[in-house]
Design a protein. Sequence first.
Length: 378
Amino acid sequence: MNRKPLFIAADLYGCPNRCLHCWLGHMPSRTMEEGADEWIVSRFRPYFEKITFFSWLREPDFGPHYREQWERDKKLSAGALPPRFELASFWRLVRDPDYAPFLKEVGVSCVQLTFFGLEETTDKYVGRKGAFRELLKATEILLEHEISPRWQAFINEENKEEIPSFLKLSKELELSRRCRDFGGTFRFFVHPGSCDGENRKLYPIRIEKDHIPGELIPYFYNYDLLVPERDLYAEWKEDPSKVIPHNKEDIVLYVANNYDLFFNFTHMRPEWRIGNLKTDPMDELVRRIEEEDIPALREAGRITLGELVRLYGDPVSEKAFEEEDYRSYLLNTHLERLYSKKEPESPDGPGPEGGRLRPAPVPGLHILISCRVFHTTP
């Protein structure tokens, strides 16, 4: 029996949004069969000693019976309770008067809300008209129940002039003072995100570091770690190491609503698929999980970082990346080209159009959606 803690996040209820930044990629939004949660966990129990189960993969608490589902999640988790993190459904917050009290009951003291600009821009990026106003209403509901809102804003070349407006808006709404009144803390931060899933398509408008408004720098997450793509290209173009994501202390698995199984390294594309819980033998699935034997990782071991940069990097681009994000972008670009049978135009030419937004940096959330450790081999 494997002694590594196993975290399972299943897409039981789907998501009300179609966000342009979704790093998982767009999937059909449907409810899985009744009893799917128990059946999924039962498949893993003979193999893993410690299991933590989450009934959501995209929007937490989107199912109508979220209170009962939370109790089921706890019951299905063996040896560990599923953390609530600092996430909630803003869709439900503005529609269900019982939801904020539920969050308070289960110990949620802070909830992160995501903006992409002002009203028109946020509505476009969330994929729903009215989303911006819902986020503001959700902010007020959280405050009424003494739960601190935390605002995050994604920035790119398209919305960079709008993001500073949130500094002014947060002051107008007196969010810091109102949180202090009940012993909470209001936080606001900005980041460009990474480059997989839907947001690979945002690569053409990825922010350049010199274009970040100065007033945002104190609120910028990991600002000092941002590097222009051209600098990373120059540094890595002869690098013989390989980009191989892998699990370390924990194993984190995603279960799509068709029972396809994925690691949480990146987006849920076919090359990253471990197999299917309904159609593949469980012994074989567990072997692939333990040995990390999937097409994407086999291919990652065949190509060096230097080759990836020369094939897909842009030697003149000023687009800003953190190193891990750029490695992931390069590897996924290669895999996408390889599995779609498309070849790059030139070994040293500009990279393809793509782009990924990082999962929000929530304390403890790395357990569920940001557990990616990159193993560099010579």
